[in-house]
Write a protein that binds this ligand. Structure first.
Ligand SMILES: *Cc1c(COP(=O)(O)O)cnc(C)c1O
Length: 348
């Protein structure tokens, strides 16, 4: 079975398991005068993350959702406003921040173009009262893994700064964007006040995300994380795997290349599907709504040995990762080509 549902389906490497066994541990919930916890492995991961993003400090969180929530709760108060793209992961999948019965922040929406690049004019028209932060997603997952360049990020942050607003980057897959531009995450993160990245997506760790920002911001965020149940004790057990995962920064370009390969091997059938641009490790297939059901196609592909994800927009989404080989990609393309040639004649 070839599993392209997400880059979260990977297994930890032997090196990760070894690092877990060897990790030096302490109680990360007990903080010293500098505000750091007592777990040496967590501190090593946080220091490494701060260095990679060139922020002053970092905070290890158990998930990307926890890291984004921690950041947004730190920037705003109840009834405060958060500027997001309506198609962003934060708005679509992390709703507790916006629900009255939970955290009660109000989303206000700026827009992006079709490929997921923010339209700066739409920031001008946002209501600014009680607006505490703007969010930028890089790579932009629902648009098909769009990579936002350093220049585009700087322009977005400059616009935000005109209104004295900090920018938080949801950089779950920022390393895939960095390699796309042949640059570093610190360059992509530089103009923003904070960034979170996931260790458990393309980098391949079993658990975890890291929130990075100024010392003062992270110190506040640490209190917020504890309040919402994100404090962990001997978290070095998972941080150790995270440190190992960060070594993948050097090879994550392979995942993007596998996605480009998949795209290049697909026989284009305009009347059946259209493809996204494929800038990182996500291949999105837009199916003609009238004629084809993504759900039915997903089931049929699974029978042929290929697992894909569907979206609410009748799309098939395939994400490459460390545990699929070039051969798997060739086989996946063959399965898709055979199947699409068949259904072109008799729609499902
Ligand atoms: C996966 C993801 C998150 C959330 O990460 P979890 O660890 O699943 O909570 C946030 N933003 C984006 C863009 C993601 O892809």
């Amino acid at each position: 079975m070839i599993d392209l549902r997400s880059d979260t389906v990977t297994q930890p490497t032997a090196q990760m398991m070894e690092a877990i066994l060897q990790a030096e541990l302490g109680d990360d919930g007990r903080t010293n005068a500098e505000g750091k916890g007592e777990d040496a492995t967590v501190n090593a991961l946080e220091n490494l993350a701060a260095k990679l993003t060139r922020k002053e400090d970092a905070l290890f969180c158990n998930s990307g959702t926890m890291a984004n929530h921690t950041a947004l709760l730190t920037y705003t108060k109840r009834n405060g406003r958060i500027g997001v793209d309506p198609d962003s992961h934060i708005y679509q999948s992390e709703r507790a921040i916006f629900q009255k019965e939970y955290f009660g922040r109000e989303p206000v929406f700026f827009r992006s173009d079709e490929t997921g690049r923010p339209l700066l004019e739409s920031i001008d028209t946002l209501p600014k009262e009680k607006l505490g932060v703007l969010c930028l997603e890089n790579t932009f997952s629902s648009k098909g893994g769009t990579c936002i360049s350093a220049k585009e990020t700087a322009a977005f942050c400059k616009k935000a700064n005109e209104y004295n607003l900090p920018v938080h980057i949801d950089g779950a897959r920022i390393f895939n964007a960095a390699t796309h531009f042949n640059t570093s995450v610190k360059v992509l993160a530089a103009p923003a006040a904070s960034i979170q990245f996931c260790l458990s997506k393309g980098l391949g760790a079993p658990v975890g995300s890291v929130l990075c920002g100024s010392k003062a911001f992270i110190s506040e965020a640490r209190k917020v994380r504890k309040l919402i149940g994100g404090g962990m004790r001997q978290a070095g057990v998972i941080a150790a795997a995270g440190i190992e995962a960060l070594k993948r920064v050097e090879t994550v370009h392979e995942d993007n290349e596998k996605a480009y390969l998949l795209k290049s091997l697909l026989h284009m059938q305009e009347e059946v599907f259209q493809l996204n641009q494929v800038e990182s490790n996500i291949v999105l297939l837009n199916l003609s709504k009238e004629r084809f059901s993504a759900e039915a196609i997903k089931d049929a592909l699974a029978e042929q040995g290929l697992k894909v994800k569907t979206t609410a927009g009748n799309q098939l989404c395939m994400t490459t990762h460390k545990d699929v080989t070039v051969r798997d990609i060739e086989q996946a393309a063959a399965i898709l080509n055979t199947y699409f040639a068949k259904i072109k004649r008799s729609p499902v």
